[in-house]
Structure formats: structure tokens, C-alpha cells
Design a protein around this ligand. Sequence first.
Ligand code: EPZ
Length: 421
Amino acid sequence: MDKIVIRGGIPLNGEVTISGAKNAILALMCASLLTRDEMIFHGVPTLNDIRTTKQLLLQLGVCLDDFAAGTLRVKAAEISDHTAPYELVKTMRASVMVLGPLLAREGKADVSLPGGCAIGARPIDQHLKGLEAMGARIDLEGGYVKARAERLQGTDFTFDLKTVTGAENLIMAASLAKGTTVLRNCAVEPEIAELAHVINRMGGCIDGTGTETIVIEGKDRLHGVVHEVMPDRIEAGTYLMAGAVTRGDVRVRHCRPAHLSALLEKLDDAGLRVDVGEDEVRVATNGRVKSNDVETAPYPGFATDFQAQYMALMALADGQSMVTETVFENRFMHVSELVRMGADIRVSGRTARVRGVQQLSGAHVQATDLRASACLVLAGLAAQGTTEVHRVYHLDRGYDRLEDKLAALGADIRREKDDIL
Ligand code: EPZ
């Protein structure tokens, strides 16, 4: 295993270019199952979750080629296996997104139930209810979802709650169903719109993108396309907060500022200088950050994937802030590690009370999930002394060359073999 060693207290300054969006490409790789034609994706980051998805697609019989760096070719001419096995789904729950396309194209799919993860139970009941509404027979057997359907039928389905991959799974399934499907109370994250846009370019017919009501007219077949993956809004926001927490001045290039509105509003309220360009954002310090309450919510609200990083920022802010996590039931595991670095945080239910301190002290800390890891890196960048972040395989799931990009901004950061864990 690796660890990341940071000597903190150095303000970050400069520019960083954002990579392709993890949560977009994972869905798009699953959407490649909807056609026998070749799909080519540019701007694909090097992430462990993408590697896992490649393994899964290869297991299904899909052909894959990594062209030049950042370009991925996927051709699902034949599907020779219809099983998403436990060992892969357990590693990455987004694997459940093969369920909809496999069922729509092949009429069968056996997908391991993902089970819970560090941040919560994360059931997939909405995915299954929607597929049943489309005529699928769903049996749960031996920890697997066994789904069968002669041909999925269009339906009018209302989600009980906002679910990102739930919406993506059903959009993909409906794209090859017979008839028209209306999905109501849909999540509206930009990655869902990206998926719908690509399916439309594949010959699909999806209306209502970006709204809570999506109408999908099913097609008999879809064709391949070439697509440049959208920038990763969570990566962009993470680097902006890295600049803010170190009292530096960071510009992120190749991003979509509109996808960051809720975060940028919070950073502005916290007294930071926020400059927005066409495809770039700059956040610079204006002295000590002011405390500012936040409550996570589905898009366009404040993203749950920013909550941990934002807490690192509030840990050094002037005053008290309340950080409320409404999306996942257990997404405060970074708190105990921040407290070990000297933060003053107390959790009560879904809300953490954060009292800003003058400084954090470097320490050995342990990552528990992807965004908690990012939070600990940000805290280490701001802390006095040296921080060692252990179990950074969590980070490698969602950040492409994080230490290189931070070093280019002036951080004293390196990756080492971990002799403790
Ligand atoms: C997606 O996860 C993202 N992952 C997550 O990013 C992100 O945190 C999350 O959306 C929320 O924005 C990918 O896109 C691959 P949900 P997803 O279904 O789709 C409950 C990261 O850091 N729920 O929107 O799995 C669920 O338990 C990752 O990049 C049900 O109850 O999240 C949660 O409380 C972490 N039943 C809430 O809804 C269901 O059938 C939102 O979950 C589905 C979800």
C-alpha cells in the first residue's frame, strides 16, 4: 500500500487542469453495452474505478483498447457473460450500472448486490423497482440480483428519492425498451445529462435532460460515437478548496463553472475571492476564511462529495459552522482524523459543529473513503508539520495524479510505500 507524505503550511499558487469526470465516464462505459458498435472516449482519467470497470466489461466479453493516454475504445460486439461478480461490485458499487444496459440488450443480467460501503447502506431498491416497472422479473438469490426480461417495456415511473446511478441505470434500460418511458423525480446531476446527451448522439431519443422529468423513447438499436468526457466538477472543487485552505491562489482550468455554483457561492460567502471565467475558476484568499454553515443536497444543491473537503476548510475558519450531511447516513468518518490534527468538531446525528482553530498539526491519519481522503490531504496541506495519509488507495479511485497536481501548485507532497499499513 502507499501513503502520501505532506509537509504543510505552504500556500498553493498556480493553475491546475481538470481531468475527465469519474462519475461520467463510469456511466458512459456501461452505456457502451447498449450498442454493438465501437465507442471511443477521449479525456479519460487514470483512476482505479475506471480500471475496475474495464475489468468488469472484459469479463462480459467486451473488447477494450487504451489508445493514446486518455483515449479508451470500447466495443461490445458480443456479450459472452451476463454476470457482474461480487468481487468487482464490492470493490466498486457503480458496477450495478451494467444491470440496465445488459437487461435491455440481452434480456438477462446477474449482478451482485453491492452491499453497504463506508459511507452508508446505499441500497439499490430504486434501480430494481424501476426495472420491474419496465417489466423485468427480479429475483434476489445468493446475494445476487437475477434480472430477466423478454423485452423491457416503456413505463411511467416515479423515483421515491433522488438517485444518480438509479436514474442512469433506468435511462440506459429505457433507451432500448419498447415504447416510451417517463422517469419522474429524477436526480439532475450533470453526469446524468452527459449520459443522456451521449445516448442521444448514439441515436437515442431522450428529452427533459437537466429536469426532474425525463422522457425516453426506446429504440431497437443504437450506434457508436466518439465523445470527449466532461470535466470532473468534484476534482475542480477539491483543488479550489486546496488553494483556499492553504490561503493561496489557485486557478482550475478545463472546468464548467456552472456545475460548481453551490460551492462557489459558499466560498464567496466565506470571504474568498472567486473569479469565474468561461471554462476556468480562480479562488484566492482574502485573509482568514469566515465560518459558513452548509447542508448537502442533490444537485444543484451543495454536493455531498464536497462536504468532507469543505469541513477541512471550516476547521481553520474564523468562527463556528454547522455542516449537515443529508444524502448519506455515515459520511463523517473524516471527523475523527481531523480532530487528531487539532480540529474542534463535534458530531450530533447528521450535523457536525465545527469551531475554527488557529492551526492544525500534522499527524498520521487514515483514509476511509474517497472524499474523506481528499479532506485529509487538504488538512495536511494546511497543517503545521508533517502529515502522513495512509490507505491512499481510496484517493486513487477518484483523483488522477493528485500529488503531481498539488506539487505543481507548490505543495511539499510525495507518495511513498507504506510500512505501517
Ligand atoms: C453517485 O452515487 C455518485 N457515484 C457518488 O459519488 C455521489 O456521492 C452520489 O451519487 C450522490 O451525489 C457515481 O456516480 C458513480 P445515489 P450513487 O444513488 O448513485 C439512497 C464519489 O465520491 N438510495 O444518488 O450510488 C442512497 O443510499 C461517489 O465520487 C436508496 O435509498 O448515490 C443515498 O442515501 C461517492 N435507494 C441517496 O439515495 C436506491 O435505490 C443518494 O444515493 C438508490 C439510492
